[in-house]
Design a protein around this ligand. Structure first.
Ligand code: IPD
Ligand code: CA
Ligand code: CA
Length: 262
């Protein structure tokens, strides 16, 4: 596990340095993916290529799932899950919440995760059963926070119907919590939760590469990560908080049917 973590961290740091050195300007050409607001820059692709090359050089045969390049088949039961830039819109606008996210899954279970929040110079790491760390400090999420005092991070998808539905849900949550934060990176949101910078996080439509690494950081900090009605976290729904708050937020969200898109 330590070897996986060390390799993931080295690669996430190298990709981060490359991205910082080549940081774009708003005039850079961007392509769009699922909707006009879902952008991908040449640097998203370059970052993923670098990460794939480094993984395969060190561990030929491992499988890789990356946001930009899809699934690389292989015989190994080790799968690397990569978001080469989580928070691409922040990256484009020069906002500081974007990250390189790399997780290692063995037999379908995430065992190591690294989230390099490059502009902040913060590298979050976690290994299954061994805790979550930032700069040598063990992370523990906030506990004992009642829903009415919770600072809740969330995010919105790229499709306009989904966003409209998410807006209706957040309108119901906002008067019942301390406040809402929309940081722009699922991975950073979950690491912020682990570091006690927010109390809870929920979002519909985030993918495995968004939450694989940071989800382990959050759970290793003491948080619970899951879906609605006892289901595991998935692109359908992600909810994360310390156990008591998880239940309170779940019970507020579930009747609002936050998995609907219209
Ligand atoms: C996005 C970010 C954002 C979340 C979106 C994701 P990307 O990832 O994590 O916070 O709200 O759902 O797609 O596109 O910047 O890699
Ligand atoms: Ca992402
Ligand atoms: Ca991405």
């Amino acid at each position: 596990m330590t070897d996986f973590l060390r390799l993931a961290e080295d690669i996430a740091r190298e990709a981060g340095e490359m991205l910082l050195a080549k940081r774009p300007t708003m005039s850079e050409e961007v392509e769009t993916k699922s909707s006009p607001t879902d952008v991908v820059t040449a640097l998203d692709k370059a970052s993923e290529e670098l990460i794939r090359e480094r993984i395969l050089a060190a561990r030929p045969g491992d499988r890789i799932l990356g946001e930009e390049g899809g699934e690389e088949p292989g015989a190994s039961d080790v799968r690397w899950i990569v978001d080469p830039i989580d928070g691409t819109v922040n990256f484009l606008y020069g906002l500081p919440d974007w990250a390189v996210s790399i997780a290692v899954e063995v037999g379908g279970r995430v065992v190591a995760g690294v989230v390099n929040v490059v502009p902040r110079g913060e590298v979050f790491t976690a290994a299954l059963g061994e805790g979550a760390h930032l700069g040598g400090e063990r992370l523990r999420c906030n506990t004992g926070v009642p829903l009415a005092q919770a600072l809740v991070a969330t995010g919105f998808g790229y499709a306009k119907d989904r966003r409209a539905a998410q807006g209706r849900v957040v309108a119901e949550v906002l008067p019942r919590v301390r406040d809402i934060r929309r940081g722009g990176s699922c991975a950073v949101d979950l690491c912020s939760l682990a570091a006690g910078r927010v109390d809870a996080y929920y979002e519909r439509g985030v993918n495995h590469w968004d939450f694989a690494a940071a989800g382990l950081v959050a759970t290793e900090s003491g948080a619970r990560l899951g879906g609605l009605h006892g289901r595991p976290v998935s692109p359908e729904f992600a909810l994360c908080a310390a156990p008591g708050l998880f239940d309170e937020l779940h019970d507020l969200l579930a009747p609002l049917d936050p998995e609907r898109d219209a």
